[in-house]
Design a protein around this ligand. Structure first.
Ligand SMILES: Cc1cc2nc3c(=O)[nH]c(=O)nc-3n(C[C@H](O)[C@H](O)[C@H](O)COP(=O)(O)OP(=O)(O)OC[C@H]3O[C@@H](n4cnc5c(N)ncnc54)[C@H](O)[C@@H]3O)c2cc1C
Ligand code: SF4
Length: 490
Protein backbone atom coordinates (compact mmCIF):
# COMPACT_ATOMS: atom_id res chain seq x y z
CA UNK A 1 0.00 0.00 0.00
CA UNK A 2 1.18 3.57 -0.60
CA UNK A 3 -0.21 6.86 0.64
CA UNK A 4 -2.98 7.79 -1.76
CA UNK A 5 -4.83 11.06 -2.32
CA UNK A 6 -8.08 9.17 -1.73
CA UNK A 7 -6.85 6.99 1.19
CA UNK A 8 -8.91 8.99 3.69
CA UNK A 9 -12.07 8.15 1.73
CA UNK A 10 -11.39 4.43 2.08
CA UNK A 11 -10.11 4.25 5.64
CA UNK A 12 -11.64 5.95 8.69
CA UNK A 13 -9.42 7.40 11.38
CA UNK A 14 -8.91 4.90 14.20
CA UNK A 15 -7.56 6.34 17.43
CA UNK A 16 -4.89 4.63 19.45
CA UNK A 17 -6.42 2.00 21.72
CA UNK A 18 -6.19 2.20 25.51
CA UNK A 19 -6.09 -0.49 28.18
CA UNK A 20 -9.41 -1.11 30.01
CA UNK A 21 -9.95 1.37 32.84
CA UNK A 22 -10.39 -1.26 35.57
CA UNK A 23 -7.10 -2.90 34.56
CA UNK A 24 -5.02 0.26 34.27
CA UNK A 25 -6.22 1.62 37.63
CA UNK A 26 -4.65 -1.42 39.27
CA UNK A 27 -1.13 -0.65 38.03
CA UNK A 28 1.12 2.18 36.79
CA UNK A 29 1.86 0.77 33.35
CA UNK A 30 1.36 3.02 30.37
CA UNK A 31 -2.28 3.51 29.34
CA UNK A 32 -1.91 3.44 25.53
CA UNK A 33 -1.71 0.13 23.65
CA UNK A 34 0.72 -0.43 20.77
CA UNK A 35 -0.59 -0.13 17.20
CA UNK A 36 0.25 -3.01 14.84
CA UNK A 37 2.42 -2.26 11.80
CA UNK A 38 -0.52 -3.09 9.54
CA UNK A 39 -2.88 -0.69 11.36
CA UNK A 40 -0.25 2.07 11.37
CA UNK A 41 0.17 1.51 7.60
CA UNK A 42 -3.56 2.00 7.06
CA UNK A 43 -3.64 5.18 9.16
CA UNK A 44 -0.57 6.54 7.35
CA UNK A 45 -2.25 5.80 3.99
CA UNK A 46 -4.96 8.33 4.92
CA UNK A 47 -2.36 11.10 4.36
CA UNK A 48 -3.06 12.99 1.10
CA UNK A 49 0.57 14.17 0.78
CA UNK A 50 -0.74 17.71 0.22
CA UNK A 51 1.25 20.08 -1.95
CA UNK A 52 1.39 22.54 0.94
CA UNK A 53 1.41 20.41 4.06
CA UNK A 54 0.16 22.47 7.00
CA UNK A 55 0.70 19.63 9.48
CA UNK A 56 4.44 20.03 9.55
CA UNK A 57 4.09 23.76 10.09
CA UNK A 58 1.81 22.87 13.02
CA UNK A 59 4.69 20.86 14.50
CA UNK A 60 7.34 23.12 16.10
CA UNK A 61 10.01 20.62 15.03
CA UNK A 62 8.90 20.83 11.40
CA UNK A 63 8.58 17.03 11.38
CA UNK A 64 8.47 15.65 7.81
CA UNK A 65 5.05 14.14 8.37
CA UNK A 66 3.88 13.44 4.79
CA UNK A 67 7.26 11.81 4.06
CA UNK A 68 7.14 9.36 6.94
CA UNK A 69 3.47 8.66 6.38
CA UNK A 70 4.36 7.65 2.83
CA UNK A 71 7.21 5.39 4.01
CA UNK A 72 5.02 3.68 6.61
CA UNK A 73 2.20 3.19 4.11
CA UNK A 74 4.75 1.57 1.76
CA UNK A 75 6.10 -0.62 4.59
CA UNK A 76 9.52 1.09 4.39
CA UNK A 77 10.05 1.52 8.12
CA UNK A 78 13.82 2.08 7.99
CA UNK A 79 13.34 5.08 5.74
CA UNK A 80 10.51 6.27 7.98
CA UNK A 81 12.74 6.38 11.08
CA UNK A 82 15.47 8.16 9.13
CA UNK A 83 12.99 10.86 8.10
CA UNK A 84 11.63 11.09 11.66
CA UNK A 85 15.06 11.37 13.30
CA UNK A 86 16.06 14.02 10.75
CA UNK A 87 13.99 16.57 12.69
CA UNK A 88 13.32 15.04 16.10
CA UNK A 89 15.95 13.74 18.52
CA UNK A 90 13.40 11.97 20.72
CA UNK A 91 10.31 10.85 18.77
CA UNK A 92 9.36 8.47 21.60
CA UNK A 93 8.98 11.39 24.03
CA UNK A 94 6.67 13.20 21.62
CA UNK A 95 5.07 9.95 20.39
CA UNK A 96 3.97 9.11 23.91
CA UNK A 97 3.30 12.60 25.23
CA UNK A 98 2.75 15.27 22.58
CA UNK A 99 -0.73 16.81 22.40
CA UNK A 100 -0.12 16.79 18.62
CA UNK A 101 -0.71 20.37 17.44
CA UNK A 102 0.09 18.95 13.97
CA UNK A 103 -3.23 17.07 13.83
CA UNK A 104 -5.67 20.00 13.89
CA UNK A 105 -3.39 21.61 11.26
CA UNK A 106 -3.80 18.57 8.93
CA UNK A 107 -5.74 19.62 5.80
CA UNK A 108 -8.20 16.78 6.41
CA UNK A 109 -9.20 18.50 9.66
CA UNK A 110 -10.97 21.24 7.66
CA UNK A 111 -14.02 19.03 7.31
CA UNK A 112 -13.04 15.52 8.41
CA UNK A 113 -10.90 13.54 10.86
CA UNK A 114 -7.19 14.35 10.59
CA UNK A 115 -4.50 11.72 10.04
CA UNK A 116 -3.50 10.12 13.36
CA UNK A 117 0.01 11.53 13.02
CA UNK A 118 1.14 11.00 16.58
CA UNK A 119 0.11 7.34 16.50
CA UNK A 120 2.16 6.78 13.34
CA UNK A 121 5.12 8.62 14.89
CA UNK A 122 5.01 6.41 17.98
CA UNK A 123 4.73 3.25 15.87
CA UNK A 124 7.80 4.23 13.83
CA UNK A 125 10.06 4.95 16.78
CA UNK A 126 8.93 1.97 18.88
CA UNK A 127 9.55 -0.34 15.90
CA UNK A 128 12.95 1.27 15.36
CA UNK A 129 13.94 0.56 18.97
CA UNK A 130 12.60 -3.00 18.77
CA UNK A 131 14.53 -3.70 15.55
CA UNK A 132 17.79 -2.21 16.87
CA UNK A 133 17.78 0.63 14.33
CA UNK A 134 18.44 3.32 16.94
CA UNK A 135 22.19 3.34 17.36
CA UNK A 136 24.70 5.86 18.76
CA UNK A 137 25.99 8.38 16.23
CA UNK A 138 29.23 9.67 17.78
CA UNK A 139 30.93 12.64 16.15
CA UNK A 140 33.73 11.62 13.77
CA UNK A 141 35.84 14.69 14.66
CA UNK A 142 36.22 16.48 18.00
CA UNK A 143 36.32 20.26 18.25
CA UNK A 144 38.20 20.48 21.53
CA UNK A 145 35.43 22.78 22.86
CA UNK A 146 33.64 22.10 26.15
CA UNK A 147 29.98 22.92 26.80
CA UNK A 148 28.00 22.75 30.07
CA UNK A 149 24.28 22.08 29.86
CA UNK A 150 22.36 22.86 33.06
CA UNK A 151 19.16 20.81 33.36
CA UNK A 152 18.42 17.42 31.85
CA UNK A 153 14.83 17.79 30.60
CA UNK A 154 14.01 17.41 26.91
CA UNK A 155 15.47 20.86 26.07
CA UNK A 156 18.81 20.16 27.77
CA UNK A 157 18.99 16.65 26.34
CA UNK A 158 18.25 17.81 22.78
CA UNK A 159 20.88 20.56 23.04
CA UNK A 160 23.38 18.08 24.52
CA UNK A 161 22.86 15.49 21.78
CA UNK A 162 23.12 18.02 18.97
CA UNK A 163 26.29 19.56 20.44
CA UNK A 164 27.92 16.17 21.07
CA UNK A 165 27.16 15.11 17.49
CA UNK A 166 28.76 18.37 16.31
CA UNK A 167 31.97 17.22 18.03
CA UNK A 168 31.91 19.17 21.32
CA UNK A 169 32.60 17.76 24.79
CA UNK A 170 29.25 18.04 26.59
CA UNK A 171 28.62 17.88 30.33
CA UNK A 172 25.02 17.84 31.59
CA UNK A 173 24.52 18.93 35.20
CA UNK A 174 21.23 17.98 36.90
CA UNK A 175 20.18 18.78 40.47
CA UNK A 176 17.96 15.69 40.76
CA UNK A 177 19.45 12.29 41.45
CA UNK A 178 18.39 11.00 38.04
CA UNK A 179 18.51 12.46 34.54
CA UNK A 180 15.36 13.35 32.57
CA UNK A 181 13.78 16.54 33.95
CA UNK A 182 9.99 16.41 34.09
CA UNK A 183 10.05 13.22 32.00
CA UNK A 184 11.58 11.53 35.05
CA UNK A 185 10.08 13.38 38.01
CA UNK A 186 6.71 14.96 37.27
CA UNK A 187 5.11 13.16 34.34
CA UNK A 188 3.59 9.94 35.73
CA UNK A 189 4.77 6.48 34.73
CA UNK A 190 1.32 5.69 33.30
CA UNK A 191 2.03 8.31 30.58
CA UNK A 192 5.67 7.40 29.91
CA UNK A 193 7.48 4.44 31.45
CA UNK A 194 10.96 5.40 32.59
CA UNK A 195 12.90 2.67 30.70
CA UNK A 196 11.81 4.65 27.60
CA UNK A 197 13.88 7.57 28.93
CA UNK A 198 16.77 5.32 30.05
CA UNK A 199 17.30 3.66 26.66
CA UNK A 200 17.64 7.11 25.03
CA UNK A 201 20.08 8.26 27.73
CA UNK A 202 22.23 5.20 26.96
CA UNK A 203 22.44 6.41 23.35
CA UNK A 204 23.53 9.90 24.47
CA UNK A 205 26.17 8.41 26.79
CA UNK A 206 27.51 6.27 23.94
CA UNK A 207 27.77 9.45 21.86
CA UNK A 208 29.99 10.98 24.53
CA UNK A 209 27.57 13.08 26.61
CA UNK A 210 28.66 13.05 30.26
CA UNK A 211 25.88 13.23 32.84
CA UNK A 212 26.38 14.65 36.33
CA UNK A 213 23.20 13.99 38.35
CA UNK A 214 22.89 15.34 41.89
CA UNK A 215 24.75 18.57 41.06
CA UNK A 216 22.82 21.79 41.57
CA UNK A 217 24.37 24.57 39.56
CA UNK A 218 24.39 27.74 41.64
CA UNK A 219 24.99 25.72 44.82
CA UNK A 220 27.34 22.75 44.19
CA UNK A 221 28.96 24.50 41.23
CA UNK A 222 28.94 28.28 40.93
CA UNK A 223 28.05 30.25 37.83
CA UNK A 224 31.65 31.58 37.81
CA UNK A 225 33.07 28.02 37.82
CA UNK A 226 30.77 26.98 35.01
CA UNK A 227 31.85 29.90 32.83
CA UNK A 228 35.52 29.46 33.68
CA UNK A 229 35.59 25.73 32.90
CA UNK A 230 33.48 25.70 29.73
CA UNK A 231 33.52 27.51 26.39
CA UNK A 232 29.73 27.89 26.54
CA UNK A 233 26.93 27.27 29.05
CA UNK A 234 23.37 26.28 28.09
CA UNK A 235 20.78 26.98 30.78
CA UNK A 236 17.79 24.63 30.40
CA UNK A 237 16.53 24.59 33.98
CA UNK A 238 12.80 24.49 33.23
CA UNK A 239 10.03 26.58 34.78
CA UNK A 240 9.39 24.89 38.10
CA UNK A 241 8.18 27.85 40.20
CA UNK A 242 4.59 26.84 40.97
CA UNK A 243 1.78 29.42 41.10
CA UNK A 244 0.61 29.91 44.68
CA UNK A 245 -2.96 30.27 45.82
CA UNK A 246 -3.11 32.87 48.52
CA UNK A 247 -6.28 31.91 50.39
CA UNK A 248 -7.38 31.59 54.02
CA UNK A 249 -6.26 28.23 55.38
CA UNK A 250 -3.44 27.71 52.83
CA UNK A 251 -1.01 26.72 55.61
CA UNK A 252 -3.12 23.73 56.72
CA UNK A 253 -1.45 20.33 56.38
CA UNK A 254 -2.59 18.22 53.41
CA UNK A 255 -2.36 21.01 50.80
CA UNK A 256 0.46 20.41 48.33
CA UNK A 257 1.81 21.72 45.07
CA UNK A 258 1.53 19.21 42.20
CA UNK A 259 5.30 19.21 41.73
CA UNK A 260 5.74 18.09 45.33
CA UNK A 261 3.12 15.33 44.97
CA UNK A 262 3.84 13.85 41.52
CA UNK A 263 7.60 13.14 41.83
CA UNK A 264 6.95 11.10 45.00
CA UNK A 265 4.72 8.78 42.97
CA UNK A 266 7.51 8.49 40.37
CA UNK A 267 9.90 7.57 43.17
CA UNK A 268 7.62 4.79 44.38
CA UNK A 269 7.64 3.31 40.86
CA UNK A 270 11.44 3.72 40.70
CA UNK A 271 11.71 1.62 43.87
CA UNK A 272 13.11 4.46 46.03
CA UNK A 273 10.07 4.47 48.35
CA UNK A 274 7.69 1.71 49.44
CA UNK A 275 4.77 4.14 49.49
CA UNK A 276 4.27 7.84 48.87
CA UNK A 277 4.38 10.07 51.97
CA UNK A 278 1.62 12.09 50.26
CA UNK A 279 -0.97 9.55 49.21
CA UNK A 280 -4.60 9.93 48.13
CA UNK A 281 -5.53 6.46 49.45
CA UNK A 282 -8.94 6.57 51.14
CA UNK A 283 -9.15 10.37 50.83
CA UNK A 284 -11.45 12.99 49.40
CA UNK A 285 -9.19 14.83 46.96
CA UNK A 286 -9.63 18.30 45.46
CA UNK A 287 -7.43 19.34 42.53
CA UNK A 288 -7.19 23.02 41.65
CA UNK A 289 -6.32 23.62 37.98
CA UNK A 290 -7.28 22.41 34.54
CA UNK A 291 -4.14 21.54 32.54
CA UNK A 292 -1.84 18.55 31.99
CA UNK A 293 -0.48 18.78 35.51
CA UNK A 294 -3.96 18.62 37.03
CA UNK A 295 -4.82 15.61 34.85
CA UNK A 296 -1.64 13.88 36.03
CA UNK A 297 -2.60 14.51 39.67
CA UNK A 298 -6.01 13.01 38.91
CA UNK A 299 -4.61 9.81 37.36
CA UNK A 300 -2.16 9.48 40.24
CA UNK A 301 -4.80 10.02 42.95
CA UNK A 302 -7.12 7.42 41.38
CA UNK A 303 -4.31 4.87 41.19
CA UNK A 304 -3.46 5.51 44.84
CA UNK A 305 -7.07 4.68 45.77
CA UNK A 306 -8.76 8.07 46.33
CA UNK A 307 -12.38 7.92 47.56
CA UNK A 308 -13.47 10.71 45.24
CA UNK A 309 -11.66 13.37 43.23
CA UNK A 310 -13.02 16.83 42.42
CA UNK A 311 -11.19 18.94 39.84
CA UNK A 312 -11.96 22.65 39.90
CA UNK A 313 -11.15 25.06 37.09
CA UNK A 314 -12.01 28.74 37.23
CA UNK A 315 -12.40 28.79 33.45
CA UNK A 316 -15.73 27.93 31.81
CA UNK A 317 -15.93 24.61 29.98
CA UNK A 318 -14.98 24.91 26.29
CA UNK A 319 -17.61 23.86 23.73
CA UNK A 320 -17.39 20.35 22.20
CA UNK A 321 -16.95 21.66 18.65
CA UNK A 322 -14.93 24.62 17.44
CA UNK A 323 -16.53 27.85 16.27
CA UNK A 324 -15.28 28.14 12.67
CA UNK A 325 -15.82 31.92 12.66
CA UNK A 326 -13.77 32.88 15.71
CA UNK A 327 -11.45 29.87 15.80
CA UNK A 328 -10.97 28.64 12.21
CA UNK A 329 -8.65 25.89 10.88
CA UNK A 330 -5.61 25.61 11.11
CA UNK A 331 -5.66 27.28 14.54
CA UNK A 332 -5.45 25.09 17.63
CA UNK A 333 -9.13 24.29 18.31
CA UNK A 334 -10.45 25.81 21.52
CA UNK A 335 -12.66 22.82 22.38
CA UNK A 336 -13.28 20.70 25.44
CA UNK A 337 -10.59 18.03 25.82
CA UNK A 338 -10.30 15.12 28.17
CA UNK A 339 -7.28 13.02 28.99
CA UNK A 340 -7.39 9.28 29.74
CA UNK A 341 -7.21 10.24 33.44
CA UNK A 342 -10.63 11.89 33.16
CA UNK A 343 -12.19 8.65 31.91
CA UNK A 344 -10.94 6.98 35.10
CA UNK A 345 -13.18 9.01 37.43
CA UNK A 346 -13.56 12.67 38.34
CA UNK A 347 -16.17 15.21 39.36
CA UNK A 348 -15.46 18.31 37.30
CA UNK A 349 -16.27 21.82 38.49
CA UNK A 350 -16.06 24.41 35.74
CA UNK A 351 -16.14 28.15 36.52
CA UNK A 352 -15.58 27.19 40.13
CA UNK A 353 -12.82 28.27 42.51
CA UNK A 354 -11.78 27.44 46.05
CA UNK A 355 -12.25 30.51 48.26
CA UNK A 356 -11.20 29.03 51.60
CA UNK A 357 -9.52 25.93 53.06
CA UNK A 358 -10.89 24.68 56.38
CA UNK A 359 -9.17 22.34 58.80
CA UNK A 360 -9.64 20.33 61.98
CA UNK A 361 -8.20 21.08 65.41
CA UNK A 362 -4.97 19.27 64.44
CA UNK A 363 -4.35 21.68 61.59
CA UNK A 364 -5.20 19.27 58.75
CA UNK A 365 -7.35 20.32 55.83
CA UNK A 366 -10.83 18.73 55.96
CA UNK A 367 -13.00 20.84 53.68
CA UNK A 368 -12.84 23.49 50.99
CA UNK A 369 -15.37 26.24 50.43
CA UNK A 370 -15.87 26.74 46.69
CA UNK A 371 -17.80 29.34 44.72
CA UNK A 372 -18.87 29.86 41.12
CA UNK A 373 -16.89 32.59 39.37
CA UNK A 374 -17.42 34.76 36.31
CA UNK A 375 -14.62 35.92 34.06
CA UNK A 376 -14.32 39.67 33.59
CA UNK A 377 -11.74 42.29 32.69
CA UNK A 378 -10.65 44.89 35.22
CA UNK A 379 -10.17 48.58 34.34
CA UNK A 380 -6.57 47.90 33.17
CA UNK A 381 -7.81 45.12 30.84
CA UNK A 382 -6.44 42.26 32.99
CA UNK A 383 -8.51 39.10 33.20
CA UNK A 384 -9.92 38.37 36.59
CA UNK A 385 -12.60 36.16 38.18
CA UNK A 386 -15.45 37.49 40.31
CA UNK A 387 -17.28 35.28 42.81
CA UNK A 388 -21.01 34.91 42.12
CA UNK A 389 -22.75 35.72 45.43
CA UNK A 390 -24.78 32.84 46.86
CA UNK A 391 -23.00 30.17 44.75
CA UNK A 392 -20.82 28.89 47.64
CA UNK A 393 -20.62 25.14 48.18
CA UNK A 394 -18.50 23.08 50.59
CA UNK A 395 -16.64 19.93 49.58
CA UNK A 396 -14.93 17.39 51.82
CA UNK A 397 -11.16 17.52 51.22
CA UNK A 398 -8.44 15.54 53.03
CA UNK A 399 -5.91 16.19 50.29
CA UNK A 400 -5.73 19.32 48.10
CA UNK A 401 -3.44 19.42 45.09
CA UNK A 402 -2.48 22.77 43.57
CA UNK A 403 -1.98 22.56 39.81
CA UNK A 404 -2.63 26.19 38.95
CA UNK A 405 0.32 26.58 36.59
CA UNK A 406 3.89 27.80 36.77
CA UNK A 407 5.34 31.28 37.11
CA UNK A 408 8.82 30.91 35.66
CA UNK A 409 12.11 29.46 36.72
CA UNK A 410 13.20 28.72 40.29
CA UNK A 411 16.94 28.61 39.50
CA UNK A 412 17.48 32.16 40.82
CA UNK A 413 20.87 31.67 42.59
CA UNK A 414 22.40 30.26 39.40
CA UNK A 415 21.02 33.00 37.17
CA UNK A 416 22.20 35.69 39.62
CA UNK A 417 25.69 34.20 39.70
CA UNK A 418 25.81 33.98 35.91
CA UNK A 419 24.44 37.54 35.68
CA UNK A 420 21.82 36.31 33.22
CA UNK A 421 18.82 38.64 33.32
CA UNK A 422 15.27 37.39 33.84
CA UNK A 423 12.04 38.94 32.55
CA UNK A 424 10.68 40.64 35.69
CA UNK A 425 7.04 39.73 34.91
CA UNK A 426 7.27 36.23 33.41
CA UNK A 427 10.35 35.23 35.47
CA UNK A 428 11.83 33.55 32.40
CA UNK A 429 15.34 33.87 31.04
CA UNK A 430 15.84 36.78 28.62
CA UNK A 431 17.59 35.75 25.39
CA UNK A 432 18.23 37.51 22.08
CA UNK A 433 17.34 36.07 18.66
CA UNK A 434 20.49 33.90 18.85
CA UNK A 435 19.45 32.28 22.19
CA UNK A 436 22.18 34.27 24.00
CA UNK A 437 21.38 35.54 27.50
CA UNK A 438 22.71 38.83 28.82
CA UNK A 439 25.77 36.95 30.19
CA UNK A 440 28.56 36.37 27.62
CA UNK A 441 28.85 32.72 26.54
CA UNK A 442 25.61 31.75 28.33
CA UNK A 443 22.58 30.57 26.34
CA UNK A 444 19.05 29.65 27.42
CA UNK A 445 16.30 27.42 26.05
CA UNK A 446 13.25 25.30 26.90
CA UNK A 447 10.70 26.20 29.57
CA UNK A 448 13.30 28.34 31.36
CA UNK A 449 13.18 30.75 28.42
CA UNK A 450 9.73 30.13 26.91
CA UNK A 451 7.74 29.62 30.12
CA UNK A 452 5.94 26.35 30.92
CA UNK A 453 5.21 24.75 27.54
CA UNK A 454 5.41 21.36 25.83
CA UNK A 455 8.00 18.68 25.18
CA UNK A 456 7.91 19.27 21.44
CA UNK A 457 8.79 22.93 22.02
CA UNK A 458 11.54 21.99 24.47
CA UNK A 459 13.16 19.68 21.90
CA UNK A 460 12.81 22.31 19.16
CA UNK A 461 14.33 24.93 21.46
CA UNK A 462 17.20 22.64 22.44
CA UNK A 463 18.03 21.91 18.80
CA UNK A 464 17.90 25.57 17.83
CA UNK A 465 19.93 26.70 20.83
CA UNK A 466 22.58 24.05 20.04
CA UNK A 467 22.91 25.50 16.53
CA UNK A 468 23.51 28.98 18.02
CA UNK A 469 26.13 27.65 20.46
CA UNK A 470 27.88 25.69 17.70
CA UNK A 471 27.97 28.82 15.51
CA UNK A 472 29.48 30.85 18.33
CA UNK A 473 32.15 28.21 18.98
CA UNK A 474 33.04 27.42 15.35
CA UNK A 475 31.95 30.58 13.49
CA UNK A 476 29.64 28.40 11.41
CA UNK A 477 27.17 25.59 12.01
CA UNK A 478 25.38 22.96 9.99
CA UNK A 479 23.00 22.16 12.84
CA UNK A 480 19.33 22.83 12.10
CA UNK A 481 17.37 25.51 13.97
CA UNK A 482 13.62 24.80 13.65
CA UNK A 483 12.37 27.64 15.88
CA UNK A 484 13.32 31.07 17.19
CA UNK A 485 13.08 32.09 20.84
CA UNK A 486 9.86 33.99 20.23
CA UNK A 487 8.30 31.56 17.69
CA UNK A 488 4.68 30.78 18.35
CA UNK A 489 2.60 27.82 17.09
CA UNK A 490 0.73 28.04 13.77
C1 LIG B 1 3.15 17.33 35.55
C2 LIG B 1 3.48 17.75 34.16
C3 LIG B 1 3.00 17.02 33.09
C4 LIG B 1 3.31 17.38 31.78
N1 LIG B 1 2.84 16.62 30.77
C5 LIG B 1 3.17 16.95 29.50
C6 LIG B 1 2.71 16.17 28.41
O1 LIG B 1 1.99 15.19 28.59
N2 LIG B 1 3.08 16.53 27.15
C7 LIG B 1 3.90 17.61 26.93
O2 LIG B 1 4.23 17.88 25.77
N3 LIG B 1 4.34 18.37 27.95
C8 LIG B 1 4.00 18.07 29.22
N4 LIG B 1 4.45 18.85 30.25
C9 LIG B 1 5.36 19.97 29.95
C10 LIG B 1 6.80 19.44 29.69
O3 LIG B 1 7.13 18.46 30.64
C11 LIG B 1 7.80 20.58 29.74
O4 LIG B 1 7.40 21.57 28.82
C12 LIG B 1 9.21 20.11 29.39
O5 LIG B 1 9.63 19.06 30.24
C13 LIG B 1 10.19 21.27 29.47
O6 LIG B 1 11.48 20.78 29.24
P1 LIG B 1 12.76 21.54 29.80
O7 LIG B 1 13.93 20.72 29.40
O8 LIG B 1 12.73 22.96 29.40
O9 LIG B 1 12.60 21.54 31.39
P2 LIG B 1 12.37 20.39 32.46
O10 LIG B 1 11.86 19.15 31.88
O11 LIG B 1 11.58 21.05 33.52
O12 LIG B 1 13.85 20.09 32.99
C14 LIG B 1 14.59 21.07 33.68
C15 LIG B 1 15.59 20.36 34.57
O13 LIG B 1 16.51 21.32 35.11
C16 LIG B 1 16.84 20.92 36.41
N5 LIG B 1 17.39 22.07 37.14
C17 LIG B 1 16.73 23.19 37.54
N6 LIG B 1 17.59 24.02 38.17
C18 LIG B 1 18.80 23.41 38.17
C19 LIG B 1 20.07 23.78 38.68
N7 LIG B 1 20.27 24.92 39.31
N8 LIG B 1 21.11 22.91 38.50
C20 LIG B 1 20.93 21.73 37.85
N9 LIG B 1 19.72 21.34 37.36
C21 LIG B 1 18.68 22.17 37.51
C22 LIG B 1 15.53 20.43 36.97
O14 LIG B 1 15.73 19.59 38.09
C23 LIG B 1 14.96 19.67 35.77
O15 LIG B 1 15.36 18.33 35.80
C24 LIG B 1 4.13 18.52 31.56
C25 LIG B 1 4.58 19.29 32.63
C26 LIG B 1 4.26 18.92 33.93
C27 LIG B 1 4.75 19.75 35.08
S1 SF4 C 1 6.10 16.03 17.63
FE1 SF4 C 1 3.95 16.48 18.19
S2 SF4 C 1 3.37 18.10 16.76
FE2 SF4 C 1 5.22 17.17 15.92
S3 SF4 C 1 4.51 15.53 14.51
FE3 SF4 C 1 4.82 14.58 16.51
S4 SF4 C 1 2.82 14.63 17.50
FE4 SF4 C 1 2.77 16.13 15.82
Amino acid sequence: MAAQPWGFLRHPRVDVRKRPIAERLRDWRVVLLPTSAADAGVQAARCMDCGVAFCHAGCPLGNLIPEWNEFVARDEWCRAIEALHATNNFPEFTGWLCPAPCEPACVLAINSDPVSIKQVELSIIERAWAEGWVIPLPAPVHSGRRVAVIGSGPAGLAAAQQLARAGHEVHVFERDDRIGGLLRYGIPDFKIEKPVVDRRLAQLRAEGVEFHPGVEAGRDLTGQQLRRDHDAVVVAVGAHASREVDLPGRRLRGIHQALTYLPLANRVQAGDLTGSPISAAGKHVVIIGGGDTAADCLGTANRQGALEVHQLDHNPRFPDVRDPLTNPWPQWPRVHRTSPAHEEGVVEGWSREVVEFRGDEEGRVREVRTARVERRRDAAGHRDYAVVPGSERDLPADLVLLAAGFVGTDATPLLDQLEARVDPVRRTLLVDDGWATTAPGVFGCGDAQRGASLIVWAIADGRSCAAAVDRQLMNRSLLPAPVRPRSRPL
